[in-house]
Each structure stands twice: as C-alpha cells, then as structure tokens.
Design a protein around this ligand. Sequence first.
Ligand SMILES: C[S@@+](CC[C@H](N)C(=O)[O-])C[C@H]1O[C@@H](n2cnc3c(N)ncnc32)[C@H](O)[C@@H]1O
Length: 289
Amino acid sequence: MLADRISKNARHLRKWGKRQGFSCLRLYDHDIPEYPLSVDDYEGHFLVTLSAGAAFEPEMLQGLDYAELVVKERGASKESELRPERAFLVQEGGMKFEVNLHGYQDTGLFLDHRLGRQWVKEQSRNAEVLNLFCYTGSFSVAAVLGGARCVTSVDLSHTYLDWAGRNFAHNGLPMRPHLFVQDDILQWLPLALDAEQSYDLIICDPPTFSNSKRMKQTFDLQRLHLAMLRGLQGLVRPGGRLFFSCNDRGFRLDEALQFEEITARTRSEDFRRRGGHRSWLWSNPAGTR
Ligand SMILES: C[S@@+](CC[C@H](N)C(=O)[O-])C[C@H]1O[C@@H](n2cnc3c(N)ncnc32)[C@H](O)[C@@H]1O
C-alpha cells in the first residue's frame, strides 16, 4: 500500500516539478497514518526520515529508481558521522545548492521553502537584503541572483556560514559586497537598530527553538517573536518589506503585528498534504515602492 502511494505521488509530483523547474521533491509525507515517515527525492538521492514508531523496508520504494538511499530517525543528530565528501549539488529554478544527506540533522536545503526562494528572487532587484537565520544561504543566493545590490546573511553557526559561502561559489556569485555575519540574532538586532541600519527586504525564517553555548538566552520563537519582529520592523526602509515564516504547526502569530498571511503563495504542492510552513509579509506603509 505504501509503495503504491509513493509511486502515485511521485508520478504526479514529478509532472508538477518538471513544469515548475523543481527536481527535488517530497514524495511522501506521513500520508498514511500507519506509516509515519517522509521520503524526499534530491535528484535521485533519497532521504527517508522516520518519525517515532515507523519502520522502513527498501520494498516500500519499489518501482522508484534512486542512486542513493539514506534512512534517518527524526530528531536524531549524527554529528559524529559527518561525511563532507558525500555532499552533492542540486538545481532549483536556475539556482544550485549543496546538499548532504549524511551526518547533519538537516540536508542544507529546506525543500518546502522553494516558492519562497523564487519569490525572494523576483523581489530583490536593486534591493538591499537582510537574511536572518540564514543557515546555508539559500534565500541569500536567490536574492543575489534576483539582482540584490547587497545581501547580509546572519547566522550563529560558522559551519553554516561557510556552507552559505560555498553556495555563493556554486552559483558563480562574488562574496563582495555581500556580508556574512556570525552572531546571535538576539544580540545583533539591538546593535543594528542602534546603528540605524535599514533594508529594502528582510527575510526572517527562524527555527522554532534553539539553544547553544554561544547564545546568551535560549531562542523560543513563540515567546520571542513579537519583540523580535517589532525590532525588525524598525530596520525596514519606507516601502520595504519583511518576510517571516515559521514551521511550527502550533505557532500563533501575535495579532498585534497585523501581518498579511501569504502561505498559499509559498507552500508548494508536495507540502500541502500534511501542512508545512506558514508565511507572512509586512510592508512598511511609509513608502510607495
Ligand atoms: C531552521 S534553520 C533556518 C532555515 C533557513 N532560514 C533557510 O533558509 O533554510 C535554523 C538556523 O538558525 C540558526 N540559528 C538558530 N538560533 C540562532 C540565533 N539565536 N541567532 C542566529 N542564528 C540562529 C541555526 O544556526 C541554523 O542555521
């Protein structure tokens, strides 16, 4: 039953992906309650992620061709098994991204944000862009390829900022005049406000929760989002925009923010069955961009 479902999804999604220029797809996402797992296809490299109670047999992928199969348990971090040599490149709407299914908890490319990346690409002409929680810089690459004048990418992790730099190189993009900043966003934001920095487009796609020795306080999105987003509104130029998204199904955006929800525009076909991220936009009304 599972093999049939995955094959059927694959036929439908690959047709859709081909039309849109997307070759990395989520083929299965907990569709059948008895099989709580997801199957992602990164151009023939398959990642199967098992939720609690799930079991996997290769027969479940019967009828599908793949060059590599990696099976992981959700939430299990395998930093000790890092395999940098297993990284490979994938394409997405004219962009190239480095992906690694081994060791890291995430692959380097969140597939559910592909329409958001396309949107950012379309909106970035001549813009000064800020990408917070930039991870491997996929939104930053989209912004530069879309014609951004300068993109500032901020993340706590040197490992991911290096990865972002490699993604720039894979796309033939110069590092200058773009900026890569290693900092805790909660520490960085008040300094940016004091320095009266401002941007035409801000991308804020944070984790739900994070904790690290390098952070002064735990990052809890639900608790902190109102203050953080209020602060970010202060960095948006007249006529500029703030794009915010969140993957936590339980997240509730504070109504005081009056952001416009744009999830229907950014959540693509293969992430609609289970519900994926939600996204919002705020435009600084002080301008007429
Ligand atoms: C879920 S990913 C963000 C996804 C990313 N926006 C994208 O486009 O794919 C989480 C990232 O947030 C970073 N991070 C977590 N807490 C942070 C903090 N307080 N300050 C800066 N970066 C943080 C992590 O290092 C990681 O790269």
